[in-house]
Design a protein around this ligand. Structure first.
Ligand SMILES: C[S@@+](CC[C@H](N)C(=O)[O-])C[C@H]1O[C@@H](n2cnc3c(N)ncnc32)[C@H](O)[C@@H]1O
Length: 277
């Protein structure tokens, strides 16, 4: 591709050539969604020189949303700060399930909120609700706020332990990759994405178990906890859910039959009695 300055390059008569070249380069660099990524770059690049610089960064493995600064999640275009975990398409299913469980004027907490994608979807779908996000990474919390989500930088639900309204829905895409499986993640994920967003400890559930305990203190009776997990983690997690007073655990799967998440109902009130808030 020949890089030429100016913003009229899309109309310059060689747009098809530019698209084809971008798709080929991204595919050669190992991008599994090369056409979609090329389309995102082409729609956001102000000129061809910028496009060329962006493609070079992507060829090095940098996540596409860090380069363009945005990602689309459940139809919402959201800001993405470089260094913050990029929400995955698969997580949209969890977000939609959570929105369906959140009542009008209800209250939801999105633990490990990242850029605030799930929380932003909940707020968009149930505008009368109160939704807050928490992330240990101050960059993530700031990005979530930029996406319109009231968010704080903290360890899980630490800022929510004082008495407050009982919560209807808790969501969490906590890190859940077992430590020894980090090395089989795509190389660009290993190279760029923050380890604290991925590493779930020996069986992947170290932080998820803490989320279950925190959620049991926050949720009202019959409130719902939705967790993203994979592999056989629904079965591994079942005793923890039962211990913390969750009586229903419904798993869901993707089109390939792979586990994507679990929804569990709290028996409350504020679940597991004796909780210190
Ligand atoms: C897999 S990412 C998911 C982010 C977001 N929910 C999403 O789906 O895009 C996990 C997030 O958990 C955050 N995190 C890790 N440990 C945490 C903790 N102890 N308390 C709160 N957030 C934590 C990371 O900073 C990261 O943003």
């Amino acid at each position: 591709m020949t890089a030429t300055p100016g913003s009229g390059w899309r109309e310059a008569g060689h747009a098809d050539e530019v698209v084809a070249a971008a798709v080929a380069r991204l595919a050669a660099a190992g991008c599994v969604a090369a056409p979609e990524e090329a389309a995102a770059f082409l729609s956001a690049a102000p000129d061809e020189l910028t496009l060329e610089a962006w493609l070079q960064r992507r060829e090095q493995g940098e996540p596409q949303p860090w380069i363009t600064g945005t990602v689309v999640f459940c139809g919402l275009r959201l800001h993405v700060t470089p260094g913050v975990f990029v929400p995955r398409a698969q997580t949209q299913d969890l977000a939609r399930r959570a929105a369906a469980l959140l009542p009008e004027q209800g209250c939801a907490v999105d633990l490990c909120t990242g850029i605030g994608a799930i929380a932003a979807h909940l707020r968009a779908q149930v505008p009368t609700s109160h939704v807050v996000g928490v992330d240990v990474d101050p960059r993530a919390a700031a990005c979530a706020r930029r996406n319109g989500v009231p968010a704080v930088a903290a360890d899980l639900a630490a800022p929510l332990r004082r008495p407050g309204p009982a919560v209807d829905v808790v969501t969490a895409v906590a890190p859940y990759v077992p430590t020894d499986e980090l090395e089989v993640l795509p190389s660009d994920v290993q190279r760029y994405e923050p380890r604290h967003a991925l590493d779930g400890g020996a069986d992947g559930l170290a932080l998820v178990r803490r989320v279950v305990a925190e959620a049991s203190r926050l949720l009202r009776r019959d409130g719902w906890l939705l967790l993203e997990v994979g592999g056989d983690q629904d079965q591994v997690l079942a005793p923890t859910l039962a211990t913390h007073g969750f009586d229903v655990a419904e798993a869901w799967y993707d089109d390939d039959g792979d586990l994507r998440g679990v929804a569990a109902r709290a028996t409350g009130p504020r679940a597991n009695s004796g909780a210190t808030r």
